[in-house]
Ligand binder design. Structure first.
Ligand code: SF4
Length: 420
């Protein structure tokens, strides 16, 4: 068996395992039902979101057309506010910047960030003898399991409360009941101590704005607030596609992303425009009052500029990670995050091929897509994922990332109208 055949075979095995996992299937069925109800209610209550999402699409296009200019503008604005901006063209560069900023023997608390997963931040920090804690409850559970997030908004959707109780009991050194309220309270107390002892807080960003150099962060738990405010240093790892032209556009994104994620409004929106400071005593500026005295933004390219130059592929950079497409996909609710690498679901296919994972990893994912087009229908950014996937499949065939049996099946469909 060659590497390509092995990858397809492994993917198939994983998918079959997911299909047989009754707990996962039941959790996803429930998640899909409640997500759809919540999203429909949120969109019905705030019909102007329809107009807002179209404006946001125009803003995204504007940024992608003038990406270098926007990066410069954001950097100048952020530095004016006291933020240190670091440009990372590659994963390696991003990792080196983090190693240098963090050093070793530090305690780091993290808010959920897929962009930091692109840099495998947890692994490189632990390699340098640092202690790292994910603070989003779902991500914390996934970290303790040494597992993989199953959804961008609900990473531990597949883990039953009994398993969480077992994990937390080991950590607590005492028996904890499988009661969601009690388990949440334990996680809160455990992490609260870490927030205030941490040397560094890390986050991603939902948006950053070129005119003010601000970082927008949306959440419900309140952990991102603590992680970005309690430690003396905050490092945000941000993909360059997250830039929006103005502060007002950042607010626009907050509304669109929240409503399409099924919320009337998120519990918290943090907007960070520089380190904490005061001039209250004789007008002398002192950095680091109740919040961090240092804020760093690592802007990550890692293939994004190249993608932005392609008229079809650039659409994938519009993604605001609302998660709506995954709940409408016929494949995702059956296989969840197993259908993914760092990025998951249909939109995860181009992100895996072109940004985080590589063509070989993305090939089996691409052939699990039905090309039905429901994702595009429900996507606030109207991303043409099926067209992108078709294009990638063509390239995968040319680059020989397909095992022979897939090619034979495709040939049979073309000549006989059936794969069998
Ligand atoms: S592809 Fe569209 S629907 Fe899916 S997460 Fe991105 S913006 Fe949301």
């Amino acid at each position: 068996m060659n590497d390509t055949q092995r990858r397809f075979a492994d993917f198939k095995k994983t998918i079959y395992k997911a299909v047989d996992d009754e707990v996962l299937r039941a959790a996803l069925r429930k998640a899909v039902r409640s997500f759809r109800e919540n999203r429909d209610k949120a969109l019905e209550q705030f019909p102007h979101v329809e107009e807002q999402r179209k404006i946001l699409m125009e803003k995204k296009e504007e940024v992608l057309t003038h990406l270098d200019e926007m990066i410069e503008k954001f950097s100048a604005s952020a530095e004016r506010m006291g933020v240190k901006v670091h440009m990372a063209e590659t994963v390696h560069q991003g990792q080196e910047i983090i190693r240098e900023l963090v050093g070793s023997k530090k305690l780091i608390v993290k808010g959920k960030s897929i962009t930091s997963d692109e840099l495998t931040v947890n692994d490189i920090l632990e390699e340098e003898d640092n202690e790292v804690y994910e603070t989003d409850l779902g991500e914390f559970i996934v970290q303790l399991l040494h597992g993989k997030p199953m959804h961008i908004l609900a990473p531990a959707v597949n883990v039953p409360k009994e398993r969480v109780a077992q994990l937390f009991s080991e950590l607590a050194g005492r028996e904890l009941p499988p009661d969601p309220a009690e388990l949440t309270r334990f996680a809160k107390d455990f992490l609260r101590e870490k927030f205030f002892r941490a040397d560094i807080g890390m986050s991603g960003a939902n948006a950053i704005t070129a005119d003010t150099g601000s970082i927008f962060l949306i959440e419900n738990e309140g952990n991102i607030r603590f992680a970005t405010n309690a430690p003396p240093v905050h490092i945000a790892v941000v993909g360059i596609e997250k830039i929006l032209p103005t502060f007002a556009d950042g607010s626009l994104l907050v509304e669109v992303a929240s409503r399409y994620a099924g919320y009337y409004a998120p519990s918290y929106v943090s907007i960070i425009s520089g380190p904490s400071k005061t001039g209250d005593i004789e007008k002398v500026t002192i950095w680091g009052v109740h919040g961090p005295r240092e804020v760093h933004v690592i802007l990550l390219d890692n293939g994004r500029r190249e993608v932005a130059r392609d008229p079809l592929l650039r659409q994938m950079l519009y993604c605001i990670r609302c998660g709506a497409c995954m709940y409408e996909c016929p494949v995702y609710p059956i296989v969840s995050g197993y259908w993914g690498h760092t990025y998951m679901g249909g939109i995860g296919i181009p992100w895996t091929a072109l940004i985080a994972g590589g063509w070989e990893v993305a090939a089996p994912m691409a052939y699990a897509c039905t090309l039905c087009g429901r994702c595009r229908e429900f996507c606030p950014m109207e991303i043409g994922t099926p067209e992108i996937v078709e294009r990638l499949r063509e390239e995968m065939t040319e680059r020989r990332y397909l095992p022979d049996y897939v090619k034979e099946m495709a040939q049979k469909v073309l000549t006989k109208g059936t794969p069998y």
